[in-house]
Design a protein around this ligand. Structure first.
Ligand code: ZN
Length: 137
C-alpha cells in the first residue's frame, strides 16, 4: 500500500471564511499516483473545520450566517475569560476537522456540488495547515 502525505499552507483574511481547497486536494491525489484508495483531509486546528458543499456565493454566505447563529460569538462563553474565541472552538467541534473521500480510478469520488473547504472560524490567520494523506494502491 502506498502512503502519500502533503501539507497545504494557506492564510485567511476574514474572521469567518470558507477557503475552497478542492483543486489543491485533487492535485495531491494526482501526484500521489494512487489509483484506488482513500484521501484523508484534516485540519490540525481547534478553531477551524473541513466541510464539503456547493461553491455558490449566496450559499457560502448562508453557511457562514448559519455557523454564526449556531456558535453564538456574542454569547458570554466561559472560555472567553481566557481566550476570546469559544465560538470558534465550538464550531470546530460541531462541524469536525476532517473528511475522508474515496479514490477510484485515480480521481476523488465526490458529488458535482461537493467542493472541499477549510472553514476558518477564528481568522484572519497568517498560516493555516491542511493535512492531505492519500492511502491506497
Ligand atoms: Zn481558545
Amino acid at each position: 500500500m502506498k502512503v502519500y502525505f502533503r501539507e497545504l499552507k494557506l492564510s485567511t483574511t476574514e474572521k469567518l471564511q470558507l477557503v475552497d481547497i478542492t483543486r489543491q486536494v485533487e492535485e495531491i491525489v494526482k501526484e500521489s499516483g494512487v489509483v484506488n484508495g482513500v484521501c484523508l483531509i484534516f485540519a490540525p486546528h481547534a478553531t477551524a473545520a473541513i466541510i464539503m458543499n456547493e461553491r455558490e456565493s449566496g450559499l457560502i454566505q448562508d453557511i457562514l450566517t448559519k455557523v454564526k447563529e449556531l456558535t453564538e460569538p456574542e454569547r458570554s462563553w466561559k472560555h472567553n475569560l481566557i481566550d476570546d474565541n469559544a465560538h470558534a472552538h465550538i464550531g470546530s467541534v460541531l462541524l469536525g476537522s476532517d473528511k475522508a473521500l474515496p479514490i477510484r480510478n485515480g480521481k476523488l469520488v465526490r458529488g458535482v456540488w461537493q467542493n472541499i473547504f477549510l472553514l476558518e472560524l477564528d481568522g484572519p490567520r497568517m498560516e493555516r495547515t491542511v493535512v492531505v494523506e492519500v492511502l491506497g494502491e
